[in-house]
Write a new protein. Structure first.
Length: 452
């Protein structure tokens, strides 16, 4: 094995914890302890200033730690072939009962082209999912908007249709829905409890934060309405997973208080997402503003880590997801399955790379009636392989990140790279601490995930 000093930084990242020095090998997402005597040589080579002896020693060290897998790699430069479809979201309502100031879909107005998906189109979408997936494969059907419960009848009908059709065809179906929660009824909640649903509520609380930008079109109190509807889960049953997703703008100055408020509402997990694309530029993070956001994220991650060390759990999903991806050795050349195993159907049946690209002709991938554009999918996977992107190809975090969200990159570029690297550096340190101090977390987590 030989590793040139010029590309070592793209392959290896060194970090320290209370347990010693460690390296993260990008290709394969592998974490190893570094002998104390070798830490200085690794640092010198990563800085591009290592002597020939340093470079030889680092090459020998990586050979000892990684073996022969590293030269050929796990990811490879060849673009992935378009895989069978495994997940499809239906934008059943390209309309919303809210006008959130930061909404990438024109504050819920979808550029004035609001419309609802018909029952016939929804059924064709489900049929397309089954025709494009592998025999016997588990599939996921999602309901999106806008606000999907504006088209409640189709959500209920198609859930039952997909479950029955999947059972006949040998395809177990899981469901998801992302909703603002203000239109929930007892019947909706009972449906989500009766089928294997992951329900994600968009909630930016506490109250004053939530009300500031999540505005109901009828002038009502969006936070009070949400709390009233949230109680329905206690009365009529919980879904397989009940999550909260908080959209965070640069106006948020106390992320820990925000998380505490949402966790106290009883969600199974709470995640946050910073705004990068918004019709109001002041509500989207700049590259400079990510410095403060990273500091807040690290404080929240440290709190979750303390809970784990004390035998508890602080259900901060950004942190837990990162730990699990590191533990599994997640390594991918794409940020997600968009345009590959995951597609999204617009209200009229057009297929797009994901729900954020609805009605964008550059990311149209076919139609539920006529099928997928395989030429587009192949070209998409060829062009967007992370090793073909700049500056991604020289980044040690590229196979955990995958190159960042396609929608955000297409609109803003890669303004969050330093934040992503900083967050993953912290998560790598946390992973070592969990492995050393409370490795049972991953065994308990396996049982918990199996129960969902």
């Amino acid at each position: 094995m030989t590793i040139a000093s010029s590309d070592t930084g793209a392959r290896v990242h060194r970090f320290d914890t209370a347990f010693g020095s460690h390296i993260f090998v990008a290709d394969g997402s592998l974490v190893y302890d570094v002998p104390p005597d070798d830490a200085a040589a690794v640092d010198a080579v990563l800085a591009g200033a290592g002597s020939p002896g340093d470079r030889r020693r680092v090459t020998e060290l990586l050979g000892q730690l990684v073996g022969t897998a590293m030269p050929d790699g796990f990811v490879g430069a060849r673009p992935a072939a378009p895989p069978p479809l495994r997940s499809l979201s239906l934008n059943v309502a390209q309309a919303c009962n809210m006008s959130c100031g930061y909404c990438y879909a024109d504050a819920g107005a979808f550029g004035g082209a609001t419309r609802l998906m018909s029952s016939a189109t929804a059924r064709e979408s489900v049929d397309r999912l089954f025709s494009e997936c592998e025999p016997g494969a588990d599939v996921v059907l999602g309901f999106m908007g806008g606000e999907p419960l504006l088209n409640r009848g189709v959500v209920h009908e198609i859930t039952r249709y997909a479950a029955a059709a999947g059972a006949r065809a040998g395809h177990p179906v899981r469901f998801s829905i992302t909703t603002n929660g203000t239109l929930l009824t007892a019947e909706d909640v009972a449906l989500f409890a009766s089928f294997p649903f992951t329900v994600t509520l968009s909630v930016d609380g506490p109250a004053e934060v939530h009300r500031r930008l999540r505005v109901l079109n009828n002038g009502g109190d969006s936070y009070r309405t949400l709390l009233d509807r949230l109680r329905l889960f206690d009365a009529h049953g919980r879904p397989r997973q009940l999550s909260a997703r908080a959209t965070v703008t640069p106006l948020a100055t106390d992320l820990e208080t925000l998380l505490d408020a949402l966790i106290d509402l009883g969600f199974d997990d709470v995640g946050v997402a910073p705004v990068l694309v918004s019709p109001r530029p002041e509500l989207a993070f700049s590259e400079e503003q990510f410095t403060g956001f990273l500091a807040q994220m690290v404080r929240c991650g440290a709190k979750a880590l303390r809970h784990l060390g004390n035998g508890g759990r602080y259900p901060f999903s950004n942190f837990e997801t990162a730990l699990w991806e590191i533990h599994r050795g997640t390594h991918r050349p794409y940020p997600c399955g968009a345009g590959a195993a995951y597609l999204s159907a617009g209200a009229d049946g057009d297929l797009f790379a994901c729900h954020r690209f609805i009605d964008d002709p550059k990311f149209r991938v076919g139609h539920v009636r006529t099928g997928l554009d395989e030429v587009w999918r192949s070209r998409h996977l060829e062009l967007r392989h992370v090793d073909r992107a700049e500056p991604c190809r020289a980044c040690w975090a590229r196979y955990l990140c995958g190159g960042s969200c396609y929608h955000e990159v297409s609109r803003r570029g890669r303004v969050s790279c330093e934040y992503i690297r900083g967050w993953l550096h912290f998560c790598l340190q946390s992973y070592v601490q969990v492995i050393e101090s409370c490795p049972e977390y991953f065994h308990d987590g396996l049982r918990r995930h199996a129960d969902r």
